[in-house]
Design a binder for this molecule. Structure first.
Ligand code: B12
Length: 528
């Protein structure tokens, strides 16, 4: 049987689809992945149509996050018009909004997809598409009736799943009106992937021990449960050894919600083997309260470069009362200090544009951030109200949020406000300047606004990129070989950092397109 997996995502890292593809192949079926970044047209391009006709898949799978909902709805309609091939949707949005998704797709995978997709392919082979399958977590729209099958358990033994490849030879992209194979055109992969495609995105656990009020994980936990499931060190090494063969992979980006959920024994063994077999710089994410010096030092020895810390706000009351996150700011300060002491670089992720935040909260947050040990860097994300989270429930009840906003807006697209600009530059300017500018609207003078705008403009184009380069060097222990390779591999990202903030630039373009299409294709955006 043949499966075509499609992603509409704006960049080429498609972990979930690669996992599904690997398992489909391990079960002796054929698979291709096609990246149709931001495809939101009123017709199917002839090259895409030809690609699908030539491959002639038995099933088409579309993976989506919420931001890809309308593009997925559009593409599904176009595919249904042209082909008789059944379509299954999966991914985070299909898991949290299965009720909505099953209106458009023939099947929806309401959970992990590796085994479910194989079971569906085998059902189609043995019984055909006119018989409704009975597979846990696969919802079916059959003769106009929706069949919600029973919930299946998440995969407990992650080691039993074949792991994803870095750049599989069955991965294709639609680019400049043509379809290319990524493996044969690696320069296209590097253009389409974050960080110039220099890192391998990898996940060693599934699940998060926390249940923050704003996070999609709190709704995902209702399906997957709260238990964090971990892969063995051996299994992770097997994936990494295969990835390391690719000369373009310069570092490993561990995407686990918190790498520090692994116990000391696991980390010790991981570090020994990583150093021995992989020896590439890597970055991890961490919940500040779970950071631990012993683990940090072991990881640093193995090549840890950046620690991405979930901070969200510098105000305890915002974290505790609005985000349901009992992580005091003192533990953030400690986590930053420990990270620096271990000679890794702290990268603080924060949430802004929160309608529940008062001016006092924002000032408290900025003041707190200006007091933590430097050097560190931050990224700001727009508070997005994902369905099913406690904060969204509250905001819907309070009628302060457009219930559909999360389908249009990327988290990286933040409001251009006074406080956001100040928070953005806080890591790079002295505390006394931050304090001078950190004042409420009522007492803000033209001079403060002018200075903040000017500093924001200058700092983001001069100091920030320089500090960023310094942080890259520091994170790599000033190892000239690694620094040159990183800058060389990352030149597109690194150089454009001098001009503007590079991360997710494609997402911004995509976001604008989505807003424009809302005007030119109003029918697509109507509720069915
Ligand atoms: C790694 C990651 C990324 C990576 C790679 C994404 C990817 N597609 O692999 C990158 C950096 C590209 C990324 C970007 C963004 N991300 Co992200 N990301 C994650 C993260 C941390 C892990 C995802 C992962 O690898 N999981 C492991 C795999 C195995 O699980 P999975 O992806 O869910 O896939 C399984 C099932 O969903 C299912 N499945 C998936 N696809 C399909 C398709 C079919 C056909 C089927 C049947 C099944 C199926 O089977 C898979 C295997 O079991 C999650 C957090 C999380 N806990 O999920 C956030 C998360 C998915 N990201 C999120 C967001 C919002 C974004 C951004 C929109 C942020 C932004 N820039 O504004 C961008 C969007 C990028 C874009 N459109 O280009 C949100 C999504 C919320 C939502 N409701 O949409 C999450 C949940 C984070 C959060 N807690 O809020 N992200």
């Amino acid at each position: 049987m043949k499966l075509l997996l499609i992603s509409l995502q704006s960049n080429a890292y498609v972990t979930g689809l690669k996992y599904i593809a690997a398992n489909v192949r391990a079960n002796a079926h054929d698979v291709r992945i096609l990246l149709l970044s931001g495809y939101l047209e009123s017709t199917i391009h002839p090259e895409i149509e030809k690609f699908i006709r030539d491959y002639n898949p038995d099933l088409i799978g579309i993976g989506l996050m919420s931001i890809e909902f309308y593009p997925a709805k559009n593409l599904t309609r176009l595919l249904h018009e042209k082909f008789q091939i059944p379509i299954i949707w999966g991914g985070v949005h299909a898991v949290i909004r299965a009720d909505e998704c099953i209106k458009y797709a023939d099947y929806v995978c309401r959970g992990e997809g590796e085994r479910q997709v194989v079971a569906l392919l085998e059902h189609l082979r043995d019984k055909g598409k006119d018989t409704a399958p009975d597979i846990p977590n696969i919802w079916v729209r059959h003769n106009g009736i929706v069949i919600k099958t029973q919930a299946g358990l998440p995969e407990i033994d992650l080691d039993s799943l074949p792991f994803q490849e870095y750049l599989p030879d069955y991965y294709y992209v639609f680019h400049n009106n043509k379809i290319y194979n990524f493996a044969l055109n690696p320069h296209l992969f590097r253009r389409s992937a974050l960080y110039g495609g220099t890192c391998h995105m990898m996940i060693t656990t599934r699940g998060c021990p926390f249940s923050c009020g704003y996070c999609a994980n709190s709704s995902l936990a209702t399906i997957y449960g709260r238990k964090v499931r971990a892969r063995s060190v051996e299994n992770c090494m097997e994936e990494l050894k295969a990835v390391k063969k690719d000369p373009y992979v310069l570092y490993i980006n561990f995407e686990d919600d918190c790498f520090f959920v692994h116990d000391k024994e696991w980390i010790k063994k991981f570090c020994e083997e990583y150093k021995k077999y992989i020896n590439l710089p890597f970055m991890v994410r961490a919940i500040p309260t779970l950071l631990d010096m012993e683990k940090l030092l072991m990881l640093k020895k193995a090549g840890l470069s950046w620690v991405i810390l979930g901070v969200q706000s510098g105000s305890n009351s915002v974290n505790f009362k609005i985000y349901g996150r009992t992580i005091p700011f003192s533990s953030v300060m400690r986590a930053v200090e420990l990270t620096l002491e271990a000679k890794a670089v702290p990268y603080c992720e924060m949430i802004v544009d929160n309608p529940y935040e008062t001016e006092e909260d924002m000032m408290e947050s900025i003041d707190a951030m200006s007091g933590i040990k430097k050097p560190y860097t931050t990224s700001l994300a727009h508070l997005t109200f994902y369905p099913g989270t406690p904060l969204t429930e509250r905001a819907l009840k309070d009628k302060i949020v457009d219930p559909e906003a999360y389908l249009y807006r990327y988290m990286i697209e933040i409001d251009s406000t006074y406080f956001n600009k100040l928070l953005n530059i806080t890591p790079y300017i002295p505390r006394f300047i931050v304090r001078y500018l950190n004042r409420p609207e009522a007492v803000r003078k033209r001079l403060h606004i002018f200075l903040t705008n000017m500093l924001h403009f200058l700092v983001r184009r001069t100091i920030e990129p320089v500090v960023y380069m310094f942080l890259i060097a520091r994170s790599l222990d000033y190892n000239p070989n690694w620094i040159i390779r990183t800058i060389e591999g990352n030149w597109r990202s690194a150089v454009s950092k001098f001009v503007s903030n590079y991360l997710g630039k494609n997402d911004l373009k995509y976001g604008k397109k989505l807003t424009a299409m809302r005007k030119s294709m109003p029918a697509l955006f109507e509720k069915d």
